[in-house]
Design a binder for this molecule. Sequence first.
Ligand SMILES: Nc1nc2c(ncn2[C@@H]2O[C@H](COP(=O)(O)OP(=O)(O)OP(=O)(O)O)[C@@H](O)[C@H]2O)c(=O)[nH]1
Ligand SMILES: [Mg+2]
Ligand SMILES: [Zn+2]
Length: 309
Amino acid sequence: MPDLIQGLVIRTQAGYQHVQTDSGVYVCRLRGRLRKGRAEGDLVAVGDQVMIEPQPDMTGSIEKVLPRKSVFSRQLSGVNYNYQQIILANADLAMLVFACADPEPRLKMLDRFLVVTERAQIPAVIVVNKIDRCGFENARSKFSLYKDIGYEVVYVSAKTGEGLEEMRRHLAGKLTTLAGPSGVGKSSLINLILPDVKLETGVVGEESGRGRHTTQVRQLFELPEGGYIADVPGLRTLALWDIEAEELDAYFVEMAPLVPDCQFNDCSHSHEPGCAVRKAVASGEIHPDRYESYLRLRFGGDAMEDEEE
Ligand SMILES: Nc1nc2c(ncn2[C@@H]2O[C@H](COP(=O)(O)OP(=O)(O)OP(=O)(O)O)[C@@H](O)[C@H]2O)c(=O)[nH]1
Ligand SMILES: [Mg+2]
Ligand SMILES: [Zn+2]
């Protein structure tokens, strides 16, 4: 058995993984025996630490995927299957990127992202891009409620470079994934942070107001200050993976501490008497839009399905 070496999966595409090691980047495939059986989810993902058997021609095979410390994922479902798609393995930080305009931000989607990061125990920073398009005050009026509940919100423009230093400050030494809808400027921000990287960027459709899913591959870029940043395709949907309706209140950070004060310990915070959450909504302590997001996730038909736009 030849020696195995450890590496980091920095890119996946069409069944091939690019693995960065001390001796260069190897283009690898997952060893056949690891692919046996029906997978419930991605077996290997960008951000994974893997052991590979290297070949002199810089190809190799992945023999083992090391245990993950975090998984940022979503559920893909069809008639007969449920599949955990891993957006990034081992993320230390998720930067949830939304544009203040063009496309209009859907805060229900942001709330969904926050449920996923809270569940995965990945710290989240909200990045509001394109402030050149709508002005700082306008952007702040839309997003300040997230600061009020304890999230860091950074306002940036990939066009003017405003706010970039503040964004950078969060990146050093970490494995960070950007995540957000298509067209919000994720690739544009990486191009600005790393001038040697020239990712393709798309336009936002004038009529649809939506991005065009320009980025197709997930990949990591090394930062000069240490750490990596991941560009990923824009997400239109984010169905929650492995989250029970009953535990949702734990992932709304402003609700979670109130839950023990509800009169019933299985309170769903929708109609029960003595509900501390509803009381906080009534007093304005909890933002009504966040409460609505909670109710939609909890009771909106199949609570774990996203509405397709
Ligand atoms: N005015 C303005 N336009 C921006 C800004 N950032 C990005 N854009 C534009 O928005 C469009 C989409 O940018 P991308 O970087 O491709 O967006 P993305 O989030 O990577 O999109 P996907 O790869 O489809 O997920 C492009 O036309 C960019 O030039 C910004 O700060 N201000
Ligand atoms: Mg992109
Ligand atoms: Zn309650």
